[in-house]
Write a protein that binds this ligand. Structure first.
Ligand SMILES: Cc1cc2nc3c(=O)[nH]c(=O)nc-3n(C[C@H](O)[C@H](O)[C@H](O)COP(=O)(O)OP(=O)(O)OC[C@H]3O[C@@H](n4cnc5c(N)ncnc54)[C@H](O)[C@@H]3O)c2cc1C
Length: 404
């Protein structure tokens, strides 16, 4: 049994703490906020088994031109935001080329396919079934060309990864999701995937389970992490090991320990809207770059990627997403006065960082899950816990790759 500090109480940190605790370790989480109040609060709530390929950057000349000209709603940027992360963005583009993306997908797909197996027992033990739906999610296709592409993806994902997806025509879609007001070309129903109506609540519930099982949560600043003899100390807690699970704040911490982490910070926004008859499933409308998720607080409109240093007061992606949502559904007024914003912690090679920090005995990294950290937290937590207990870890995820 070892004493272990886990820095960060998002989905990734809390899952890490639970996995280590299950192996008999004495674990303390340190977070300056309550569990699940940052990125793990603001996502679209999808626990995905179908997202077997990480998001590649669109590299077709037309798509790149559209992004460069500031048109479209998939990626918005401004000059300070781009300059801050220029090298990471270039590396991300390089890794979006077919051969590199295929290599990353092999590893990513293996992780993603385990997601519901790892969430399932935690949801049950935490008594959180009331905020989980196991009915999949729906991706809309607005043109015949997109529908054909989607059909090919369903076939490929089934053969290569064993993913279950069903193509729906307009009538079948309306039957499954009667709250959609307009006819669309068709849809994919990814029936294996789960979704959560309160993502922050799920993390808080996992954290409560960790405490019930004897774990400690210290409300404090992990920013002063330092070594004292053989121990790692953060705020008032100490341990033989420390795990950095600070999501988009992880690179700042690791820079102090000799590891320069190139990260693409893909900002997203969400806002809830009142709705009398919400959809039964989350609905992705990628033609308009939004995911629309029925949540406890209302319909959550979550946006795609923005590369900006500071959040915008009236984000264009959210405004456009609201228009698309109003076309599809009867939605009412916004629930909150201001939208929520946070940053997806994306690694340029699209794989999370999981394993021992080079040259720093007892220091471990666990972050960089990009678009799917809510899904993957418990999966990679198990990978890390096994390595911390003397296992090999996964070579492709090791922090050492960042030193090259
Ligand atoms: C709009 C949007 C939609 C998304 N949709 C999905 C989805 O549907 N499904 C999915 O799987 N993923 C989704 N994601 C991605 C997912 O939310 C993230 O990958 C995931 O939440 C990252 O979790 P984390 O624990 O690494 O980071 P976080 O949840 O950000 O946790 C980091 C923690 O570190 C703490 N911290 C930071 N600095 C300090 C400090 N100095 N001292 C103490 N504590 C500190 C913070 O308080 C925070 O609690 C989405 C993201 C966005 C932005």
């Amino acid at each position: 049994m070892a004493e272990i500090l886990v820095l960060g109480a998002g989905m990734v940190g809390v899952s890490t703490a639970l996995a280590l605790q299950a192996r008999g370790h004495d674990v303390t989480i340190v977070d300056r906020n309550a569990p699940g109040r940052e990125t793990s609060y603001g996502n679209a709530g999808l626990i995905q088994t179908e997202a077997v390929e990480p998001y590649a950057m669109p590299l077709a000349p037309g798509a790149l031109l559209q992004i460069a000209m500031g048109r479209g709603y998939d990626v918005k940027w401004n000059i300070p935001g781009l300059l801050d992360q220029a090298w990471a963005v270039l590396a991300y583009a390089w890794n979006s080329l077919p051969a590199a993306h295929k290599r990353a997908s092999k590893v990513w797909g293996k992780l993603i396919r385990q997601s519901t197996d790892h969430h399932g027992p935690l949801i049950e033990a935490a008594g959180l079934d009331n905020i989980i739906r196991r009915n999949g999610y729906i991706e809309l296709h607005r043109t015949p060309a997109k529908l054909d592409k989607a059909r090919a993806a369903v076939e490929r994902f089934r053969t290569e990864f064993g993913v279950e997806g069903t193509m729906l025509d307009s009538a079948e879609l309306r039957a499954l999701e009667p709250s959609i007001k307009i006819p669309v070309e068709g849809a994919t129903h990814w029936s294996d995937s789960w979704n959560c109506s309160d993502p922050g609540g799920l993390v808080a519930g996992y954290a409560a389970l960790f405490q019930k099982r004897g774990g400690r949560i210290l409300n404090g600043d992990a920013g002063d992490l330092h070594r004292k003899g053989a121990a790692w100390v953060a705020d008032e807690a100490s341990g033989e090991h420390a795990v950095i699970a600070l999501g988009p704040w992880s690179p700042m911490m690791l820079a102090r320990y000799g590891l320069k982490v190139p990260m693409v910070f893909k900002r997203g926004y969400h806002r809830h809207f009142h709705m009398d008859a919400p959809p039964h499933h989350p609905v992705a409308d990628f033609a308009n770059s939004v995911v629309l998720s029925p949540m406890r607080r209302g319909l959550r409109i979550a946006t795609a990627a923005e590369l900006t240093r500071n959040p915008r007061l009236t984000p264009p992606q959210l405004k456009h997403g609201e228009e698309a949502a109003r076309e599809l559904f009867d939605i009412g007024a916004p629930v909150e006065a201001e939208p929520w914003t946070g940053r997806r912690p994306c690694m340029p090679d699209m794989l999370p960082v999981v394993g021992a920090v080079p040259d720093q005995p007892g220091l471990w990294a666990h972050f960089g899950h990009g678009h799917q950290g809510f899904t993957l937290g418990p999966v990679t937590a198990e990978v890390l816990a096994e390595e911390m207990d003397g296992g090999q870890g996964w070579a492709e995820l090791q922090p050492g790759r960042l030193k090259r």
